[in-house]
Write a protein that binds this ligand. Structure first.
Ligand code: ADP
Ligand code: MG
Length: 528
């Protein structure tokens, strides 16, 4: 079955807006199958692995069912732990962000009950709770079921593992017979099937089955990375492995946009690709990736579907894929045509379990790998420079250069070793520039204090975007992109501000640079 787009479903525009804002590109397989059935009002038994989007699979249709004008409890969702209850509540709040009058409240053990009772008095149509605590409230009549027409048992296998079976059955007895009973679980052991037999009517079973898949033989690594460190680790790996072309996968459109901006800001030639972009935009991005002008493409699974590029040397799973099958599709983009390829997956905390699933299902090995240190990166960069140098020594006529160095060694206290080391430092872009800015007039550029304003003879008419200018400056000069100041674009020219101490470096670096394939001339702005 094909995955569906949310807007193909008969949902309130407010819900679609919430979904859109979460950046979901299309429904996951379990969502595609389950949402229409839940919407139909039937009892449902849904089975799909962890991380496949089961929350929205029941959350979206349940929201569609809620009557915002009735403040009474209409939906009870049972969840095994406090953390999961909070997580589900958060997801439902985001999905219902634009539905006025819908309140979602988590209740769980460990939280002061009097406080919970006060919140419950305020009225919440959707209550998400751990079984013990929900039962407690039902007994105290602080949760009333007169209007409850939907009950969801989420992560049912976990709830049973935690010994909640009796509590669940007690709760089910409280809920009016005229109801929709929805159960979602990653696995379906017998005790769950017993519950479904006893408490559901004509339930529709929805199962997302997995196909056998072959994984290409490429090196696969994973890194344990906290969310906030992901960009740093990504750039470190990009610097270390220096892949010719890289594909970076994110799970949401929003993440694609965010990451593209982050990388551009750090001077990488990165572009995003997702379903919200116009066809012409997508064509432009793909063309630029094919001809190597963009060397990092950041995409969602959906957007990447049509991509067929041979030289992709690395695939990054910036977000761990939603579905095992996606993993195989994603990493299959590298190692084509007998080329070497690598796949890197970032996981945080519990996502390691998902990784285990993927390995089991795909019968593949994904090895833990330490994050390269900045020394490792410097080392490998130096090795690359030395490789280039070796070629120059072999292939070029260096007599004149040797004379100059010879003269320098004779006339100064430097050894040839000192000089070679200094050149290496410069080549690595870590050299300190102590030169004056004498050749350039930085006095009257009209820039903010401490900055210089530069004029570039290229503008909007040439289809140039601020990100291109920023990328070129940071990429060519090695100055961190975040130091770039205001960028003012006009039809045929652009002004950009950079810190004064980098002015000369940027101007020198831009002498031979191209933006969007065009040679440019850059000079200090003249506001005299
Ligand atoms: P499960 O309950 O199956 O383990 P969740 O519902 O917790 O999975 O979803 C896992 C993650 O996937 C969540 O961060 C959720 O926001 C995200 N997600 C759910 N549906 C989609 C979708 N259609 N597209 C992208 N991300 C999604
Ligand atoms: Mg879940």
């Amino acid at each position: 079955m094909e995955a569906i787009r949310f807007d193909e479903l008969d949902l309130y525009p407010q819900i679609l807006r919430g979904i859109k804002e979460m950046g979901f590109e299309e429904a996951t397989p379990i969502q595609s199958k389950a949402i229409p059935v839940v919407l139909s009002g039937a009892d449902v038994i849904g089975q799909a692995q962890t991380g496949t989007g089961k929350t929205a699979a029941f959350g979206v249709p349940v929201l569609q069912k809620v009557d915002p004008s009735n403040k009474k409890t209409q939906v009870i969702i049972l969840s095994p732990t406090r953390e999961l209850a909070i997580q589900v509540a958060d997801e439902l709040r985001k999905l219902s962000k634009y539905m006025h009058g819908v309140k979602v409240l988590p209740v769980y053990g460990g939280q002061e009950i009097t406080k919970q009772i006060r919140s419950l008095k305020g009225g919440a149509q959707i209550i998400i709770g751990t079984p013990g605590r929900v039962m407690d409230h039902l007994r105290r009549k602080t949760i009333r079921c007169d209007y409850v027409d939907t009950i969801v048992l989420d992560e049912a296998d976990e709830m049973l593992n935690m010994g909640f079976r009796e509590d669940i059955e007690t709760i089910l007895e409280y809920i009016p017979e005229e109801r929709q009973t929805i159960l979602f679980s990653a696995t379906m052991p017998k005790p769950i099937l017993d519950i479904t037999k006893k408490y559901q009517h004509d339930a529709v079973t929805i199962k997302v089955v997995k196909k056998e898949l072959t994984v290409p033989s490429i090196d696969q690594y994973y890194y344990d990375v906290k969310r906030k460190d992901k960009v740093d680790v990504l750039t470190r790996l990009l610097d270390y492995y220096d892949p010719k072309l890289s594909l970076v996968f994110c799970n949401t459109k929003r993440m694609v946009d965010e990451l593209a901006q982050e990388l551009q800001g750090r001077g990488y030639f990165a572009e995003g690709l997702h379903g919200d972009m116009k066809q012409t935009q997508r064509d432009r991005v793909m063309k630029s990736f094919r001809n190597g002008k963009t060397d990092i493409l950041i995409a969602t699974d959906v957007a990447a579907r049509g991509i067929d590029v041979d030289d992709v040397e690395a695939v990054f799973n910036y977000d761990i894929p939603q579905d095992d099958e996606y993993y195989v599709h994603r990493i299959g983009r590298t190692g084509r045509a007998g080329r070497c390829g690598r796949a890197f997956t970032f996981v945080k905390g519990k996502e390691v379990y998902k990784l285990k699933d993927i390995q089991r299902y795909c019968k593949t090995k994904i090895l833990a790998q330490p994050i390269p240190s900045s020394d490792d990166v410097a080392q490998i960069k130096a090795e690359k420079v030395m490789d280039r140098i070796a070629t120059i020594i072999e292939e070029e006529d260096l007599r004149e250069m040797i004379d100059i160095i010879d003269k320098q060694v004779n006339e100064s206290d430097f050894t040839a070793m000192d000089i070679a080391a200094a050149f290496l430092k410069q080549a690595l872009g870590t050299g300190v520039e102590n030169e004056t800015n004498a050749e350039y007039d930085f006095e009257n550029t009209g820039a903010e204090e401490g900055m210089v304003r530069l004029f570039i003879n290229i503008g909007k008419k040439q289809n140039v975007k601020p990100g291109d200018v920023l990328g070129a400056i940071a990429g060519e000069s090695g100055m961190p992109g975040r130091l770039v100041g205001a960028i003012d674009m006009f039809d045929k020219y652009t002004f950009v501000e950079v810190p004064r101490e980098y002015g000369r470096e940027v101007l020198d670096a831009m002498k031979s640079a191209k933006i969007k394939g065009k040679s440019v001339s850059v000079e200090p702005a003249n506001q005299k």
